[in-house]
Design a protein around this ligand. Structure first.
Ligand SMILES: *Cc1c(COP(=O)(O)O)cnc(C)c1O
Length: 394
C-alpha cells in the first residue's frame, strides 16, 4: 500500500503513541482534581501547552485545546461573530476555504450575518486589493487560510494581517495544513486567531488548538466546566494533548530536513509526470506552496475512475479534499482558480510526506501513466481531440 494522501490525515508516529500511552491506564486521573496525581498531570499538560505555544511564538495562555481543526474554525468564526455583533455583522473570507470555514459562514448567513467571499487569482492567491476594498464599517472578522488543503498554495498571511489591523478588523487563519510545514509566528504575521489540528502532523485525531491573542473577547461554543480558562468546557484530554505536543516537537525539530527531502520527491514526481504524460496541468502557484502538495489536472479524464484504478494498484490519493470526494461536484477550489468543470473533474491531489520514498513515487508515475492511457482510450472526447489534432499518442 502506498499512502499519498497526507493532506487528509497522517499516520500516528510511534513516539507520539508512546507519549500518549501512560495517560490511559496509569495517569488516567482528571487533571482538574485536587489530589497529587492530578496536580502532576496538570504540570505535564502545562509543559505541553508551553511547547505548543512556542511553536507559533505565542504565550501558553493563548492556546486553547479543542477537538481539532473543524471545532477551532467554528469557534473562531462563530465566537467572534457573537462577541462582536454590536460592532457589526460583516465577515470576509475567501472562495477557497476549507468546508469547516465555508459551512460555518453559510450558517451565519442564515442568522443574518453578511459574508463576502473574495476571489483568488489563477495561481490560487488572494487578491489583497479586493480584500481591502471589501472591508466596511461593520466588518468584524477576516478569515483566510494560511495554506490550502487542495492545491497547497500559501497565502500572504502577514500582508492580510496588516490590512486587517490597519482597519481595526480581527484576523483569523485556518493553519491546519500549514502548521508544522512552514514557519509560523503569530506576532510577526499579525494573526489574532489561528486554527490547527494534530492529525495532519502525525498526531492523534480529535485534538487541535485555537490560538486566541490575549485581550480578544470571544464567546464560547461549549459551556460547562472551567477548563481551558473557562472558555472551552470538557474534561482535559491528557493523552491527546501529550500526543499532540510530541507530534509538534518532532515536526518542528525536523521541519527543515523533512522539507528538503519532500521537495526532492515532489520535484521528481512533477518532472516525470509532465514529461511522460501529455495534456496535464499543475494547479496552483509553484512558488507559494507547501512542499508536499501536488495537484494535477489530466485532460479527458474523470477523477473518480482514476482514483479507483489507483486504488486497485495499491495507491491512496485524492481528487480534492476528503470532504468533497464521494460527491460529483467539482472542487470549489479548482473552480475558483478558473478551471472549467470538465478539467476540474480530472484532477488528482497527491500529498507527500517524509515517510514516502522515491521508489513509491516512481511506481506511482508508472501506474498513473498506464491508467491515464487506458482511461483516455475509452474517452470519445479524447478520440475526437486526437482526430482533430491529427496526432498519434502514447
Ligand atoms: C483537515 C482540515 C480541517 C479539519 O480539521 P479536523 O481536525 O479534521 O476537524 C480544517 N481545515 C483544513 C485546511 C484542513 O486541512
Amino acid at each position: 500500500m502506498i499512502y499519498l494522501d497526507n493532506a487528509a490525515t497522517t499516520r500516528v508516529k510511534e513516539e507520539v503513541m508512546e507519549a500518549m500511552m501512560p495517560y490511559f491506564c496509569e495517569k488516567f486521573y482528571n487533571p482538574s482534581s485536587v489530589y497529587g496525581p492530578s496536580r502532576n498531570i496538570t504540570k505535564e499538560i502545562q509543559e505541553a501547552r508551553k511547547k505548543i505555544a512556542n511553536s507559533i511564538g505565542a504565550d501558553e495562555n493563548e492556546i486553547y485545546f479543542t477537538s481539532g481543526g473543524s471545532e477551532s474554525d467554528n469557534w473562531a468564526i462563530k465566537g467572534i461573530a457573537l462577541s462582536q455583533q454590536n460592532k457589526g455583522k460583516h465577515i470576509i473570507t475567501s472562495k477557497i476555504e476549507h468546508h469547516a470555514v465555508l459551512e460555518t459562514c453559510k450558517e451565519l448567513e442564515k442568522q443574518g450575518y453578511e459574508i463576502t467571499y473574495i476571489n483568488v487569482n489563477e495561481e490560487g492567491i488572494i487578491n489583497l486589493e479586493e480584500l481591502e476594498q471589501s472591508i466596511k464599517e461593520d466588518t468584524i472578522l477576516v478569515s483566510i487560510m494560511t495554506a490550502n488543503n487542495e492545491i497547497g498554495v500559501i497565502e500572504p498571511i502577514k500582508e492580510i494581517g496588516n490590512i486587517c489591523h490597519k482597519h481595526n478588523v480581527l484576523f483569523h487563519t485556518d493553519a491546519v495544513q500549514a502548521y508544522g510545514n512552514i514557519e509560523i509566528n503569530v506576532e510577526e504575521m499579525n494573526i489574532d486567531l489561528l486554527s490547527t489540528s494534530a492529525h495532519k502532523i502525525h498526531g492523534p485525531k480529535g485534538i487541535g488548538f485555537l490560538y486566541i491573542k490575549k485581550g480578544i473577547k470571544i464567546d464560547s461554543l461549549i459551556n460547562g466546566g472551567n477548563q481551558e480558562k473557562g472558555k472551552r468546557a470538557g474534561t482535559t484530554n491528557s493523552a491527546l494533548i501529550m500526543g499532540f505536543a510530541k507530534a509538534v516537537e518532532l515536526k518542528i525539530k525536523n521541519m527543515k530536513t523533512n522539507n528538503e527531502y519532500i521537495l526532492n520527491l515532489r520535484n521528481h514526481l512533477i518532472k516525470r509526470i509532465t514529461k511522460e504524460i501529455p495534456y496535464v496541468k499543475i494547479n496552483g502557484s509553484m512558488e507559494q506552496r507547501l512542499p508536499g502538495n501536488i495537484n494535477i489536472s489530466f485532460r479527458f479524464i474523470e477523477g473518480e475512475g482514476m482514483l479507483l484504478k489507483l486504488d486497485m494498484a495499491g495507491i491512496c490519493a485524492s481528487s480534492g479534499s476528503a470532504c468533497t470526494s464521494g460527491s460529483l461536484d467539482p472542487s470549489h477550489v479548482l473552480l475558483a482558480i478558473g478551471l472549467p468543470h470538465e478539467i476540474a473533474h480530472g484532477s488528482l491531489r497527491i500529498s507527500i510526506n517524509e515517510e514516502n520514498t522515491i521508489e513509491e513515487i516512481d511506481y506511482t508515475v508508472d501506474e498513473l501513466k498506464k491508467i491515464i492511457n487506458e482511461l483516455r482510450m475509452l474517452s470519445p472526447l479524447y478520440e475526437d481531440f486526437i482526430k482533430k489534432e491529427g496526432k498519434i499518442n502514447v
